[in-house]
Unconditional design. Sequence first.
Length: 328
Amino acid sequence: MADLKTTYMGIPLESPLVVAASSISGMVNRVKKAEEAGAGALVIRSLFEEQILFDGLQLQEALDVGRDSYSEALSYFPQIQHGQAAEHLMWVEKTRAAVKMPLIASLNAVSKGTWTTYARQLEGTGVNGLELNVYAVAADPTRQGAEIEKELYEIVEAVKAEVKIPVAVKLSPFYTSTANVAAELDRRGANALVLFNRFLQPDIDLEAESLHSEMVLSTPEEIKLPLRWIALLHGRIRADLAVTTGVHSGLDAAKALLAGATVVQTAAALLKNGIPYLSSMLRQLEGWMQERGYAHLEDFRGKLSQKNALDPTAFERAQYVRLLMSQK
């Protein structure tokens, strides 16, 4: 039988299939099912600072109702304050106590100070690692790309200085030079890079003439973008690499590993097919390995990365030009 054990950010995993941050981590019984199905690890749904701020404002608005009419009654009650991240932290602790598999916290903050504060608090829950969910739309036309990248590097360095657990950075594919950003993050101590953050795009409802947003799950076709960048980066940076978009089968996982991924993250496939489907994905991966005589993941990891591929240009523009010229 094929050996699927691996190591991610120095954390031993029983398999390279990691449950990505999603609603699956919202209930302990779902997390247990993922562990039973063979998940190597699970990324807990992100702690969003923006949501905490929004909830805090809503609470304050509710407390202010009638303040002017009954101001003398305010002294009857203790002062109520929003609990900030306390509820999320208690949930992470509860999940940590319920399972043995590695858990990775996810964090999306706004300012450098809150990145470090929440990172330290999440570390205190007993998680094995931390994934920085750098989810932001650079819509300010006055901010230059170098400024945005510098802010990213400073956040990563600040968090790394604050916590002892390994830190992964979940990136978007929209940097001017993705390879350079990856190399800089590697140089500044990121233990892993997760490719790529999938932005949810608003649509327009023509009937209501309003913006409309909905959760659209990924498709297998979407693996091609992270697959390409994993293959380009493998062997050129020290940080581990994770694919997190478009992994819908064990064969997709095999593709990612051939490109050079350390692990693959999946969520859409489990939301579509149920958490036990993870076992089927693992069996597919094992079956593919056995057919080709691979006993361990390291036997083929990175075999088709640009560094090792027989046709390195396949990952660059030369292949694109050849494909266009071949069309009749």
